[in-house]
Design a protein around this ligand. Structure first.
Ligand SMILES: NC(=O)C1=CN([C@@H]2O[C@H](COP(=O)(O)OP(=O)(O)OC[C@H]3O[C@@H](n4cnc5c(N)ncnc54)[C@H](O)[C@@H]3O)[C@@H](O)[C@H]2O)C=CC1
Ligand SMILES: O=C(CO)COP(=O)(O)O
Length: 336
């Protein structure tokens, strides 16, 4: 008899827990790692994560620990679901504990500040594992909807297609349909930049602007994401798939999106400090907009919506002035 696939999930926030549920529903034996004892106890004794997924009953084959070595033990897949800017420090502590030959899986949709590295690059550098053992899960996957077992598709990306297929099997359930992709760069960029565009759409919503504005921002946001992706060697078709358009549409339409909500609060006139104070969870685009703008500069790519978000969020540019400047740029053909 073959043993069940074992997965360790580092991060007991909303997506770490919801993706842990997916893995458990697909038949894996899952151990979540979290920092807080009371949350691990709630998972183990009450089958609940009241802080991040209130009202959701967790499956039996999902347990939690605060001991990173216990989580790592024998894991076929090591899933990373902490805020992107904390990955490097956390992974440095976990790397010596990882099971040999484990596949590292990033759920994170951010770009590291300073280095402008994608999360899989940080994993490769810190855990010292080859790219063929690093995978990414991305797509239109709002955690609360997945935890309610509402149907969704996703992408599992890995340079080694056989590894992507193994992960696909490990997380395939009747409500979660993962597709494989070998374009890791495109998949990660799609996930990180959509958070920035989600902020822009949220700001527009908060300003009371309508669906034409939203449609324009989504489409031109996808155009600038694709431009950056092309310059970085991604497959442009990735951006019309789940990791690009799919995730962009979900994020830019949903009040469940933290990035969208963050933008809406700013657009309504809250200050950055007030907005941060009412945001309990990770809104990756707030920091990553700066790293995406860095990447754009490094690759000589024009990303006007990203620049506008950086100006509003980090330089205090008034939203009406930012909108006027964005619309007032010189006219150009659509495909350039
Ligand atoms: N929530 C969602 O719907 C989705 C989130 N993601 C991505 O997943 C990643 C994680 O997001 P969520 O789980 O939603 O965030 P969250 O804010 O719900 O949870 C973050 C978790 O990380 C922990 N944490 C915070 N700072 C930490 C630190 N310094 N060291 C260790 N742990 C720390 C928190 O205690 C919490 O358990 C992000 O990159 C996000 O973009 C991707 C798809 C869907
Ligand atoms: O990535 C997500 C959905 O796919 C979640 O978006 P937020 O991080 O904006 O909530």
């Amino acid at each position: 008899m073959t043993r069940p696939v074992k997965a360790a999930v580092y991060g007991t926030g909303s997506w770490g827990t919801a993706f842990g549920m997916v893995l458990a529903d697909a038949g894996c034996e899952v151990t979540l790692w979290g920092r807080r004892r009371e949350l691990a106890d709630a998972v183990n004794h009450d089958r609940a994560n009241p802080d991040y997924l209130p009202g959701v009953e967790l499956p039996e084959n999902l347990r939690a620990t605060t001991d990173p070595a216990e989580a790592a033990d024998g894991a076929d897949f090591t899933v990373l679901a902490v805020p992107s800017q904390t990955l490097r420090g956390n992974l440095a502590a976990w790397a010596p504990l990882l099971a040999p030959d484990t596949v590292l899986v990033s759920l994170m949709k951010g770009i590291e500040l300073g280095s402008a590295k994608r999360m899989s690059e940080v994993v490769e550098e810190v855990a010292k594992v080859p790219a063929e053992r690093i995978a990414v899960v991305t797509g239109p996957n709002l955690a609360r909807e997945i935890a309610a077992r509402q149907p969704a598709a996703a992408v599992v990306a890995c340079a080694d297609e056989a590894v992507a297929r193994r992960l696909q099997t490990a997380c395939h359930t009747p409500y979660f349909r993962p597709y494989t992709n070998t374009d890791v760069v495109g998949c990660e960029l799609g996930g990180a930049v959509k958070n920035v565009i989600g902020l822009a759409v949220g700001i527009a919503d908060g300003m009371g602007l309508g669906d034409n504005t939203k449609g324009s921002l989504i489409t031109r946001g996808l155009a600038e994401t694709t431009r950056l992706g092309l310059a970085m060697g991604a497959d442009p078709l990735t951006f019309s798939g789940l990791a690009g358009l799919g995730d962009l549409v979900a994020t830019c339409s949903s009040p469940l999106s933290r990035n969208h909500t963050f933008g809406t609060n700013l657009g309504r006139g809250m200050t950055l400090e007030e907005t941060i104070a009412v945001t309990r969870q990770t809104a990756e685009g707030v920091k990553s907009c700066q790293s995406v703008a860095d990447l754009a500069r490094r690759y000589g790519v024009d990303m006007p919506i990203t620049d506008t978000v950086v100006d509003i969020v980090h330089h205090g540019k008034p939203t009406l002035v930012a909108l006027k400047d964005l619309m007032g740029r010189s006219a150009k053909p659509e495909r350039r």
